[in-house]
Design a protein around this ligand. Structure first.
Ligand code: F6R
Length: 245
């Protein structure tokens, strides 16, 4: 695991965008795995800026998103499809045919999970971008006694719904279920880029990266992957000491 620390978020976002751009230059038809939430927004802004300067193209790339809410159509303002359109896809040359996001409105949600897994098997992810939840979740893989490897349906934890309520009018509006790639599907990515900012994530960063590997902290499973790069701002990294790694 490579850990890189940054004094400020702007430098961190620029570095992450550079890593993604480098991959696109080496392999224009690469498959990128994307996350939503607050953390990647600065990276997407950088990618849009690099694209508008003509320094990168996404025309041949494929993209897979980690997760989607159940019960929100792709046109709902809080759906993850809209998030991706708003922050990245609409402003770049991604081919809409190459954009994959689970369909939270599918009539048969189990079949939708299987369809997504088959697509992932067909198109292995070259680089998976990840954020982390305060409880150590990755995608919507919530802590528990057991984790599901493949793409599956989840019931969201009250803590996760409360954290995501900031994007809705009220907590009641936050969907209760989601489709998420499983930890097994995520760990199949050739490389993983975990990005964490803010003092409120300092404790979970240290638990995930320096604690024991446990389903109680899904992000701790990243310790088992051979190619993980972690980008931390000063606040997020303040409880992680090099001696504990
Ligand atoms: C969403 C996702 C989540 C977020 C996590 C952190 O696609 O994968 O696991 O990465 O909830 O969210 P933020 O960045 O909003 O703190």
């Amino acid at each position: 695991m490579k850990i890189k620390r940054f004094d400020d978020k702007a430098a961190l976002y620029a570095y992450a965008a550079r890593l993604i751009t480098q991959l696109l230059q080496e392999k224009p038809d690469c498959t990128l795995g994307f996350a939503t939430g607050s953390t990647p927004i600065g990276i997407y802004e950088q990618l849009v800026s690099l694209y508008s300067q003509g320094r990168v193209s996404f025309a041949k790339a494929l993209s897979f998103n980690l997760d989607e809410y159940v019960g929100l159509s792709g046109s709902h303002p809080q759906s993850y499809r809209q998030y991706m359109l708003q922050h990245l896809f609409r402003h770049t040359d991604f081919n809409p045919r190459n954009i994959y996001i689970p369909d939270g409105m599918a009539a048969d949600l189990e079949a939708e999970c299987q369809r997504y897994d088959s697509l992932l098997e067909e198109h292995p992810i070259d680089l998976q971008l990840l954020g982390i939840g305060h409880n150590g979740h990755i995608g919507f893989n919530e802590p528990g006694h057991a984790l599901t490897a493949r793409t599956h349906l989840v019931t969201l934890e009250p803590e996760t719904r409360a954290a995501n309520a900031r994007f809705f009018h009220s907590e009641d509006e936050v969907p209760r279920q989601a489709i998420t790639m499983g930890m097994g599907s995520i760990l199949k990515a050739r490389s993983i880029l975990l990005v964490v900012t803010g003092a409120d994530k300092a404790a979970v960063v240290s638990e995930a990266l320096a604690g024991s590997i446990s389903t109680a902290c899904p992000a701790s499973l990243l310790q088992t992957h051979a190619d993980v790069t972690v980008l931390l701002d000063r606040d997020a990294g303040r409880e992680l000491h090099d001696s504990s790694l």
